[in-house]
Ligand binder design. Structure first.
Ligand code: SF4
Ligand code: SF4
Ligand code: SF4
Length: 198
């Protein structure tokens, strides 16, 4: 067999291996898409997600120091992000004590003032929020917010509205909301949720 023919056969063999891989990518496992996740609520002061997993050394100090035990490590199924800290606000929100940012040794969590915290943004589902229905009243989220009248306000003394520029994403309102709608991605779905910052 001459060299040109041998090279052609090698090339075709390579294509045969790549074809099923690329088919798999486009269907269910987007290997070629960005690996950066934007659905993780990190503790206060967290740097952007695309650098967070590189800076965090999985020392667990933020988890140890949190008096409310609201920071948990991602489990082994999360691959290279395993062991990094997240907050599941429906189970245990962040109470903005700011102790975790003081102990992070690598700058994955940067020192920040409580009012400057932007872990995410609270979003009210007005279709199910009790305050937005004609026969029910509720102001629970407004009442529990540590930045009441800054991060959340009442429109005409009745319906809560999030003030995007000031909401910390702490999730205290989410845990307190009495409207429960069955299973959501990390527990019971509420009428208010926090979308992590991207
Ligand atoms: S600010 Fe306080 S309550 Fe919030 S995650 Fe950090 S240690 Fe926990
Ligand atoms: S606590 Fe829930 S139901 Fe009550 S006003 Fe807030 S979002 Fe609506
Ligand atoms: S509106 Fe909710 S998430 Fe935003 S600061 Fe207030 S309690 Fe925290």
């Amino acid at each position: 067999m001459d060299d040109a023919r041998r090279n052609l056969i090698k090339s075709l063999a390579g294509l045969a291996i790549l074809a099923p891989l690329s088919a798999g990518c486009s269907r269910s496992h987007p290997l070629l898409s960005s690996p950066v996740r934007t659905d993780r609520l990190r503790p206060p002061g967290a740097v952007a997600e695309d650098t967070f997993t590189g800076r965090c050394i999985r020392c667990g100090r933020c988890m140890e120091v949190c008096p409310y035990h609201c920071i948990k490590p991602l489990d082994v199924r999360e691959g290279t992000s395993a062991g990094t800290p997240i907050i599941a606000v429906r189970k245990s929100p962040c109470f903005l004590c700011m102790k975790c940012v003081e102990v992070c040794p690598t700058g994955a969590l940067l020192p920040i003032e409580m009012t400057e915290t932007r872990m995410g943004l609270a979003i009210i589902d007005t279709n199910v929020c009790a305050a937005h229905q004609p026969e029910t009243m509720c102001r629970t989220c407004y009442s529990v917010c540590p930045l009441r009248d800054h991060a959340i306000e009442l429109v005409e003394f009745v319906t809560p509205r999030i003030i995007d520029d000031a909401c910390t994403g702490c999730g205290i309102c989410v845990q307190a909301c009495p409207v429960e709608l069955g299973d959501g991605p990390d527990g019971i779905k509420k009428a208010i949720r926090v979308e992590p910052k991207s």
